[in-house]
Design a protein around this ligand. Structure first.
Ligand code: FMN
Length: 220
């Protein structure tokens, strides 16, 4: 199968694009309105885009409440969505009127952030506190609905539940993070799914040598 996306004639039951850009992390975005109301929603058009400084982005299909609050207040947090919190994450995606607090709707406790006003999800094992950097409106497809709007933020502080720190490293699989696939499918990261592969180093003679032994902490 091959098709161009302007016509999008894939002939399948549903558009396969999102089933192929996988697995996507889910940024569980919390914001606080000017009036002080908290808002929480999952976004899977979400990712880290830099680590110097640490930065993240998410994309909103049109002007949703998270985007509105960020534009008005300049702050957000991203909590890690996990297997244990899958139902709460799903509830927080419901389209509800502006001003409804999805923490309360999903039965979640907010925990105060250190550097920004929006709280994190208390039961989530990790969270980023972010300051808004820029908003970019993506190209509007003719006749295909509202354009996406990309929000870029700088991570100014990071929360990690100490229970998940072992031997000086974060035990990410122990957190059981969720990933978004296509359609209504999800995946969960487990220990069995993780493998280590060190990057090859080019030698003066042109050959490649892959380091053996423990990783030296250098991203090559
Ligand atoms: C796992 C998951 C991922 C989602 N990803 C996105 C996304 O990337 N962009 C988007 O606009 N909506 C996404 N949604 C839908 C929003 O969560 C939903 O529209 C929500 O009501 C937006 O809340 P807000 O208006 O409070 O920001 C996603 C929903 C789920 C369940």
């Amino acid at each position: 199968m091959y098709y161009t996306t302007d016509e999008n004639k894939h002939g399948l039951k549903h558009d396969p694009f999102k089933a192929l850009a996988i697995p996507r992390p889910i940024g569980w975005i919390s914001t606080t309105s000017k009036e002080g109301k908290h808002n929480l929603a999952p976004y899977s058009f979400f990712n880290a885009i830099s680590d110097r400084p640490p930065m993240v982005m998410f994309c909103s299909a049109g002007h949703k409440d998270s985007l509105r609050n960020i534009e008005e207040t300049g702050e957000f947090t991203c909590s890690l969505s996990t297997w244990d919190l899958r139902n709460e994450m799903n509830v927080s995606s419901a389209t509800v009127p502006y001003g409804v607090d999805e923490f309360a709707l999903a039965g979640l406790e907010p925990a105060a952030s250190g550097q920004v006003r929006p709280p994190r999800v208390a039961r989530s094992p990790a969270a980023f506190e972010c300051k808004h950097w820029k908003t970019i409106e993506l190209p509007a497809p003719t006749g295909k609905g509202t354009p996406y709007i990309m929000v870029l933020g700088t991570v100014v502080a990071i929360y990690i539940d100490d229970a998940y720190v072992r031997d000086g490293m974060v035990d990410t699989p122990a957190m059981k993070p969720l990933a978004r696939l296509g359609y209504m499918d999800y995946s969960v990261l487990t220990r069995e799914a993780v493998f280590e592969m060190q990057r090859p180093i080019a030698q003066p003679d042109g050959s490649l040598k892959t380091p053996s032994g423990p990783w030296d902490g250098v991203y090559r």
